[in-house]
Write a protein that binds this ligand. Structure first.
Ligand code: GLC
Length: 409
């Protein structure tokens, strides 16, 4: 597809999914893109960051508005929710179809992968708008400190998620055992989640207590790779200052903990740590590759991840790479039986992270193939939520917001 055609289609989706107004519950203006008008009609945290990055190619004012709206959801203690229910009144049935942990009717009590500082950095670099930057910096600083305080009680540099949706990779097979998943289906997943949610009910909102209860406690590799990546952006934006030093130090600490605690030398992959006891969960998924986003990952680790996993046709190197689960995993599902997602299909956001990372680590051919195949999948099947890694059949939501990251590959 010609670049101009790609841009025209992406613009149609992003502007078609745009929501603008003033919320009657907090009096704030909102202007953001929903991931999907039908499936996901609110503001999702990491989706919004990806939308803003795509918008830097199309509409700089809207890119700023997207992030300003997201940051306006920050709470006084620094927390920024995973979902903000702008215009909930127009979606009365949403919560009967979907569950999410809440302490407020207007936003979730959960987080998503903390990519926001990087998104702000991209929008700032594209616009040069100092007012935008100066308004964002204190919110970002408070947010990354909130994560450290509330989600890293053992102070090892790794933050923990309290339910799978917080990692953005909802039904990944790496959570099956911890969730006690009895039925391998979306229904089975929701039933298992309900148990976690009801155990949390008396403590919802007190994340340190939730983590101590050790019900679902994952120091997730994807989340922590993005946490370190985000803090590096924040440090760059803070210039030469004690705060910049603080976040540089914290990012190094997270990188060192990923290498020291999550790297498994025998498997040649990174694994999440489960529970307060920090047991490695030895299931390779796309998140096992995500530390590649760190430019200073030790070279021997980069080479093993790329040589043994990424470029291996038995694992991730399928016709439309990179699948969310390697083909060698017995639970690999290249389709999405009834919305049972993140178990095989290829997603554009992880391709965006990993194609840039591979290029940065000196693998331009692999990066070029991922980019070309992603564009081909979009050309064949439209801007879908995810794709079958063998056929590029489009799956999940249509006109899906973050697939427009194809503009930024
Ligand atoms: C699904 C994805 C999650 C995403 C959300 C909205 O739940 O797993 O990562 O943020 O949809 O698109």
């Amino acid at each position: 597809m010609e670049r101009s055609e790609l841009e025209a289609q992406a613009r149609q989706i992003l502007l078609g999914n745009l929501r603008r107004g003033v919320a009657d519950w907090n009096g704030k203006e909102f202007s953001f893109v929903v991931p999907s008008l039908t499936g996901y009609p609110f503001q999702w945290f990491w989706d919004s960051c990806f939308h803003a990055i795509a918008l830097t190619h199309l509409d700089l004012e809207q890119a700023k508005a997207e992030l300003t709206t997201l940051l306006s959801g920050a709470q006084p203690d620094g927390f920024i929710p995973h979902i903000i229910f702008w215009e909930m009144e127009k979606q009365p049935d949403f919560l009967s179809r979907n569950i999410v942990g809440m302490t407020s009717p207007y936003f979730s009590a959960t987080i998503q992968p903390p990519i926001v500082a990087y998104a702000v950095e991209r929008v700032y670099r594209a616009t040069g708008d100092e007012d935008f930057l100066n308004a964002a910096l204190p919110v970002l600083t408070a947010y990354y400190r909130w994560l450290r305080y509330h989600r890293d009680p053992d102070e090892d540099g790794l933050i923990a998620v309290i339910q799978p949706e917080e990692a953005g990779t909802d039904c990944s097979p790496k959570y099956d055992e911890a969730l006690g998943l009895e039925e391998l289906s979306n229904q089975g997943f929701i039933a298992a989640l309900r148990k976690v949610y009801s155990a949390y009910e008396p403590m919802r909102g007190d994340d340190r207590r939730i983590l101590e209860a050790d019900i679902f406690h994952f120091e997730d590799v994807l989340v922590n790779s993005i946490y370190a990546f985000g803090m590096r952006s924040l440090a760059r934006m803070l210039g030469e200052s004690p705060e910049a030093e603080e976040f540089r130090r914290e990012a190094d600490k997270t990188r060192d903990a990923l290498v020291g605690k999550c790297w498994n030398e025998e498997a040649g992959a990174f694994f999440d740590l489960c529970g307060v006891g920090e047991e490695q969960v030895e299931v390779v998924t796309i998140s096992s590759l995500m530390p590649l986003t760190l430019a200073d990952l030790p070279r021997n680790i980069v080479e093993r991840l790329v040589g043994e996993w990424v470029s291996n046709p038995e694992h991730f190197w399928l016709p439309y790479p990179l699948p969310s689960v390697p083909a060698s995993n017995p639970k690999f599902m290249p389709g999405n039986p009834r919305g049972f997602i993140w178990r095989g299909p290829t997603w554009v956001n992880t391709n965006w992270f990993l194609s840039h990372s591979l290029r940065g680590h000196g693998y331009p051919e692999l990066a070029d193939t991922i980019v070309a195949k992603t564009h081909e999948a979009i050309e064949l099947s439209g801007f879908r939520e995810y794709y079958n890694p063998y056929t590029a059949e489009g799956l999940g939501a249509r006109n899906f917001g973050w697939t427009t990251l194809a503009l930024d590959l």
